[in-house]
Write a protein of this length. Structure first.
Length: 421
């Protein structure tokens, strides 16, 4: 809470109308009891300094007039509109579980505000009305969906890609690794899924789920992990392999498994210990020569900085939604970059909802060699949006159209129901 207030103080320092640091309205800040004389940029943590310059793209405010949740069949969409009539639309995942927080805590904070001040708005929503007491996925996902929808809106207003708003695209296509196991299949069947997946997509990397998920050293099925490791060496040649334990092991057992993965030349060992147990994960990272990947459940920027400084992990993995959106993920990327670490966000989304991972990967200098993409079989092509994302030769092209680059069928959207919040 206090860190977020300090960020607001930082914004005021040296503010002028043409300076990027004008990302907050003076009225809202002084209404919080802040004074320019209190500002000391040297005391502001690096992780809270702005990463994007949205003001430079607009000569006048982009006022947010409405924020709505729409439902069409099983899908939920977050729609934002400006007073100028521009519109942003994103497909969400799981937001139906968080509608109370979205409607009562998050939407009111953004309504009527200037979308150019998005970094400030994302920071301030955390402390507003003691929202920090709700911190975690249930709070930050609603924030992320509004933020991503506003990037779509602003990009469409300017007829520019969201990637350009985030500093410019560094790459046109994104290499992906196949993931998506739920540990319900036997080891043999699981390996078959990925053998077919590599054949279908040309993917150059695959991630297996091992252990049992927060399972106190138990396997999902007796002998399943051993069998997966055995088969992965026999059936994949010239394919990069990763393993994700989803917090299955204590440090002792994770180190034993990790040494086997290390010998097999796996690229990384993901979330070896329960996610709350940072010291246990650090023990694993300290004991292994291979990379340990971690961070998908976390949403504290201070904690990401601490984990990076203390080398809890080697590959940093915030989820773009669980951690609050592009802005907060870009700050984590900046932390990781200073430590010479990759950032490889956790991702469980496909189709229209996966557009965020493509733009983030396109604009982030220290992005890892592959981004996570769920693939369990050939994707069904949808007619209600374009482009459909298809993995070919192991990569997905980054959409280049205005905003997030997706076009939704207007007739499809018209048939969506407005969710009462």
């Amino acid at each position: 809470m206090f860190a977020d207030r300090n960020f607001a103080r930082y914004i005021l320092k040296g503010m002028n109308r043409r300076n990027f640091l004008q990302t907050a309205s003076a009225a809202s800040l002084f209404g919080s009891g802040l004074h320019a004389a209190d500002v000391d940029p040297a005391k502001i943590a690096a992780y809270q300094k702005p990463v994007f310059n949205l003001h430079k793209f607009f000569s006048s405010p982009v006022k947010i007039s409405s924020i709505e949740l729409l439902q069409r069949n099983k899908d939920y969409f977050l729609r934002t509109r400006s007073t100028d009539g521009a519109e942003g639309l994103v497909l969400t995942k799981g937001v139906e579980d968080f509608t109370g927080i979205l409607g009562n805590r998050v939407i009111p904070h953004f309504l009527g505000k200037d979308a150019r001040d998005l970094e400030h708005l994302v920071d301030e929503v955390y402390a507003t009305n003691s929202n920090y007491k709700l911190a975690g996925q249930a709070f930050w996902c609603p924030v992320a969906y509004i933020e991503q929808s506003l990037f779509d809106l602003m990009g469409k207003t300017l007829k520019k890609s969201a990637s350009e708003l985030m500093g410019g695209a560094l790459r046109k296509e994104i290499p992906v690794y196949l993931s998506g196991s739920d540990r319900k299949l036997s080891a043999d069947d699981e390996v078959d899924v990925y053998v077919r997946g590599v054949e279908e997509t040309g993917a150059k990397a695959v991630k297996f789920k091992i252990g049992g998920r927060m399972s106190d050293n138990h396997d999902a099925m007796p002998g399943r992990t051993d069998r997966i490791l055995e088969l992965s060496q026999k059936r994949f040649k010239n394919i990069t392999l990763m393993a994700d334990a989803n917090g299955s092991y204590d440090a002792k057992n994770a180190i034993e498994i990790g040494k086997r993965l290390q010998e097999m030349k796996y690229l990384w060992f993901e979330e070896p210990c329960p996610w709350e147990e940072k010291s246990e994960t650090k023990r694993v990272a300290d004991a292994l020569d291979m990379k340990v990947a971690f961070g998908e459940q976390d949403s504290s920027l201070w904690l990401f900085q601490w984990m990076i400084d203390n080398k809890v992990m080697d590959v940093v993995q915030p989820d773009l939604n669980y951690n609050g959106g592009f802005i907060r993920a870009a700050r984590v990327a900046r932390m990781a970059r200073k430590a010479n670490m990759w950032i490889c966000p956790h991702n469980t989304q496909t189709g229209a909802a996966s557009v965020n991972i493509l733009h983030f990967a396109a604009t982030t200098p220290n992005i890892g060699p592959y981004m996570e993409y769920v693939h369990r079989g050939p994707e069904k092509k949808e007619s209600w949006y374009s482009p459909n994302f298809e993995i070919r030769n192991g990569v997905i092209p980054v959409p280049t159209g205005p905003g997030l680059g997706l076009e939704f069928d207007p007739d499809f959207v018209k048939k969506a129901t407005l969710v009462k919040l």
